[in-house]
Design a protein around this ligand. Structure first.
Ligand SMILES: Nc1ncnc2c1ncn2[C@@H]1O[C@H](COP(=O)(O)OP(=O)(O)OP(=O)(O)O)[C@@H](O)[C@H]1O
Ligand SMILES: [Mg+2]
Length: 263
């Protein structure tokens, strides 16, 4: 699924009137926007605004209560997270989901193994085709670790990694599924200012190299302003602003709801 060609005319990713309730709580309220192919799109908003819920909908973890999501011409309702992944949508989690007992390399290999494989018989017989495939996967995993600056830690147990490195390992795992759309939930959380700066540069490089479209949730607004072409702002589940970083920074509703508190 590394191809990023459009399958049909129309928006690349479109959310139309998306709502999600949890009991009496309205986590998302009629949110509509589009993301263009190749864009780096930022999602900001105060705690509890509905950002992660939106990612859960976009990755098939949670169904919408109402509204539709179309991606590359396809309606995504009712599809499992696995199916979303196979269609080219990958994500990272706000609360990391690594296999902490496995090595860094094995964490990436597990993700690579979820890609379509040869026959089970090949594996059973440990055929030369199977062995060749295993060595290709290892190479691919090492290449991803190289790109994320983790190659020298490939054989460490994931639990031993520094926090920022864990976040980058999550990105490597997501990239292993060869996505066209990558959803990053607070990828810079817990990083120091220098690591944040480096992450910003890294994401721009990865987008080019893997032909990605990125949607990034981040509380550190300056990072998104530097990184993104456009931003959406959520507040209490409502989309209160959408535009370029310049437009967002000037928007009085955004200043009041979100930026105001941090100035
Ligand atoms: N599975 C769930 N069951 C019940 N309520 C939920 C569930 N998931 C999210 N919520 C609620 O929905 C609202 C939005 O939560 P969400 O996690 O999407 O916010 P967020 O914008 O990601 O916040 P944060 O910046 O703190 O990560 C919150 O009030 C949260 O408590
Ligand atoms: Mg969240």
């Amino acid at each position: 699924m590394s191809s990023s060609t459009k399958t049909e005319a129309g928006p690349w990713l479109e959310l139309r009137q998306i709502s999600r309730q949890f009991g009496g709580l309205q986590a998302l309220s009629e949110v509509s926007f589009q993301v263009e192919e190749g864009e780096i799109f930022g999602l900001i908003g105060p705690n509890g605004a509905g950002k992660t819920t939106l990612f859960n909908l976009l990755s098939g973890v949670t169904p919408a209560s109402s509204g539709t999501i179309h991606w590359r011409g396809q309606a995504m309702q009712g599809l499992s997270p696995d199916r979303h992944n196979r269609l080219g949508i990958a994500r990272t989690f706000q609360n990391l989901r690594l296999f902490t007992g496995l090595s860094v390399l094995d964490n990436v290999l597990v993700a690579l193994h979820r890609q379509p494989q040869g026959s089970g018989l090949d594996a059973l017989l440990n055929s030369s085709r199977f062995q060749r495939r295993q060595s290709e996967l290892r190479q691919r995993a090492m290449q991803l670790l190289e790109e994320l600056g983790l190659a020298d830690q490939a054989h460490r147990q994931a639990s031993g990694l520094a926090y920022g490195d864990r976040r980058r390992l999550e990105i490597a795992r997501a990239l292993a599924t060869a996505p066209a759309l990558l959803l990053l939930d607070e990828p810079a959380a817990g990083m120091n200012p220098r690591e944040k700066e480096q992450l910003c540069e890294l994401l721009a490089v990865l987008r080019q190299r893997h032909q990605l479209t990125l949607v990034v949730i981040e509380h550190h607004v300056p990072l998104l302003i530097q990184l993104c072409q456009r931003l959406a702002v959520l507040d209490f589940g409502r989309l209160i602003a959408l535009g370029t970083p310049e437009q967002i920074q000037r928007d009085p509703r955004v200043i009041e709801a979100y930026l105001g508190g941090s100035r």
